[in-house]
Every structure is written in C-alpha cells, then in structure tokens.
Design a protein around this ligand. Structure first.
Ligand code: PLP
Length: 366
C-alpha cells in the first residue's frame, strides 16, 4: 500500500518560516549551550504554560532522570506500569525501585485511592503519568504526598497544552516533565523540559544538563549532557506559533472519531474530564466485549495500510529486561493488565483527513 497512515505525523512549520528562524544561528555561530533560541523558548513556554520556570532538555527522558537526581530520590518510588518505557526506566536507572500502583479504569492514570497502601518507610516520591493527556487526580495525590512528606514528579509527556480550570499541567506537583519528541503534540524534533515553581530547582537543572558545571572553575554536581541545541529550540519557537491551530485541527479529528465510535457496544472511549481542556494527543479505544478483539482490529487496520498502536502494551512491569525482579508482576496491577490487553490508540494528528478517519472507523465497525 503506497500511502500508509501512521499512528502519528509530526507537526512542522513552513520551510521558509524555519529557515527564517535559524538565520540568526548562522550569523552568530552559536549552535548550542543555552543560546538565544534556548532562552527565548524557555521564556515563551513559561508564558504559555503559566509556570514560573521551564528548563529545556535534549529530551523528556533525560529531563526525568535529572529531576530524580535533583531531588536525591532514594528507595521506592510509587508509579504506574501503564506508561511508556521511559518512566520506569528513569526510576531504575537513577537507582530507585519502582513500586507499581494499579490504574483507575476511567482515567487510565494512577489510582490515587491505592497509593497509600503502597507507602513504606522507604518511599521517597510518587511519579504519576498524565496518560494520553488525561490528568491524574492531582488534588488527592498532593494531599497524600503532603501527609507522608513525599515528592511528586509528574510525567506530563502526553499533557502539553492540557489545562484544568485554566491551570496548565505544568503546575502540578513539585515538578513536571514534558517531552517535545517529534511524535508529541508540540515538538522540537527531540526535546523535553522540566517545569517547576522554584528558582533553586531551575538552577540545579541548568547545571545538571551541562555536566554539573556552575562556573569555569566550579563543578558542584555530577551532571550529564542534556542541553537542547539552538536548531531544536528554533523548531520549538516556530511550532509554538502554530500550536492553537494544530490543537483545533486535532479537535476536529477527535470529534469525527467520537461521532463514529461512541455508543457502539463493546467499544469504550475515553470520556471527557470535568473542567479539563484537552490536547487531543491520542485517541485510545478499549475493545472490551466487542465482536472482534483488539489484536484482530490491529491486524485488520494493518492489512489496510493503517498503523495503530497497542499503547501501552506490554505493561512496563512485564518487560523482559525486568524479568525475575521482585515487584515486577502484572498480576499485581490487574486493571492495568486488563486495559493493556484491550486498548488501541488510533491514528491521530492535525492533518489526518476526515475521509481517512471514516475509512478507519469503517474498518473497525466492518
Ligand atoms: C515520550 C514519552 C517520554 C519520553 O520522552 P522523550 O522526549 O522521547 O525522551 C516519557 N514518558 C512518556 C509517557 C512519553 O510518552
């Protein structure tokens, strides 16, 4: 099939617009190391997200690892297995132990009512994920964290442009991480950020992404290299100008899927969340008691040149790299296991034509 429809397609500005934006990079010969574009994008994101500090990174994953490092987290971190590999790997790679909490069957995010049972004297933090851009129960999680003296770090990789009663997803917890990977709603080709309310944390993130260097003769931290370069920042400056238009186009795609698939017995769609302005990042569908299984639908779409994604399957607590580790057991998170076996995210991007949405729905409804 010549024209495959992929699950996503990266947003790009006009070629001329990008060329215009990178002109000053040529003139200045300043390619990376927190240059003009880097600082301007941080400032524009702070404004858009309504958050005091945005620290840009090479990607979301290294931003998350740097955060765990900055808070000196140790011991156990309560998190969800219904996420991308990055969340769990970041915890493990920074020397902590993930403790898997089951998810809420409606929001697909961590089930806040189950968190307290998992807290031990070794727990240092909670690391929830706003899955598909659906917000966690941030109030309940904050109350639990306060009561037990735990840090809260949000993996907000899916939730850029999501607001709850006018407050952006960047503003919850002690800090939030975004990914600006090519496949996300807002991209800098590769990129990511830490958002936080605190200048001290911003300064620490600045050093951690630059080898822990504070000054020419002063290296107070064992940092890595995770600086967003000027070309990626320039892409971000361009894409940010078009974000509202892209979100509106995504909304129309979402609406068409919703018209065609809601109310079909055995097909469950993600219901809107009260007070939340969504970003239409993904269109997850749960096939539960439908005439065809998720895997049959996946195969039928693939045979017709349509790439959907079993997202998230497998759960991170059943990854081969963790086989045999205590606590990595999908049977302990039965709701997550149930959803992971039945969910499919359908193609979703701003320029997905309505005729293709209809073709996808026709194939699902057969
Ligand atoms: C994309 C993603 C990440 C990692 O972000 P990168 O920018 O690709 O490193 C982390 N968590 C979740 C949930 C993601 O979807």
């Amino acid at each position: 099939m010549s024209n495959t429809i992929n699950v996503t397609r990266s947003s790009l500005p006009d070629f001329e617009e990008f060329c215009g934006e990178i002109r000053d990079i040529w003139d200045s010969h300043w390619l990376t190391n927190m240059g003009e574009k880097h600082r301007r994008l941080e400032a524009e994101l702070e404004k858009y997200l309504g958050v005091p500090y945005v620290a840009l990174f090479t990607n979301g994953h290294l931003a998350l690892e740097a955060l765990i490092d900055a808070f000196s987290l140790q011991g156990e971190v309560i998190t969800t297995p219904f996420t991308f590999a990055s969340t769990t790997h970041a915890i493990v790679r920074r020397g902590c132990t993930p403790v898997f909490c089951d998810i809420d069957p409606e929001s697909y995010t961590i089930d806040a009512d189950r968190i307290e049972d998992l807290i031990t004297e070794r727990t240092s933090a909670i690391l929830p994920v706003h899955v598909y851009g659906r917000l966690c129960d941030t109030e309940k999680i904050q109350a639990i964290a306060k009561k037990h003296g735990l840090k809260v770090i949000y993996d907000a990789a899916h939730a850029f442009g999501v607001f709850k009663n006018g407050v952006s997803s960047a503003c919850f917890g002690d800090a939030a991480m975004f990914s600006f990977h090519a496949t996300k709603v807002f991209n800098t080709i590769e990129g990511g950020a830490v958002c936080c309310p605190d200048k001290g944390l911003y300064d620490k993130m600045y050093m951690l992404k630059n080898f822990g260097i504070a000054g020419p003769e002063d290296v107070p931290f064992v940092g890595g290299n995770a600086k967003l370069n000027e070309f990626c920042a320039a892409m971000g400056l361009c894409n940010l100008r078009h974000l509202d238009g892209e979100l509106e186009k995504r909304r129309l795609v979402h609406e068409r899927y919703w018209e065609r698939l809601s109310g079909v017995p055995g097909i469950r769609l993600a219901q809107p969340q009260a007070g939340v302005t969504p970003n239409y990042a993904y269109f997850p569908v749960v096939f539960d008691g439908y005439k065809d299984s998720r895997d049959q639908i996946f195969d039928r779409l693939a045979q017709n040149g349509i790439v959907a994604r079993k997202y998230f399957y497998p759960l991170t607590n059943s990854f081969a790299c963790y086989a045999g580790r205590p606590g990595f057991d999908p049977a302990q998170t039965p709701v997550a296991r149930h959803i992971a076996g039945r969910v499919l995210t359908l193609p979703m991007y701003a320029d997905l034509p309505q005729a293709e949405v209809d073709r996808i729905c026709d194939l699902i409804l057969d």
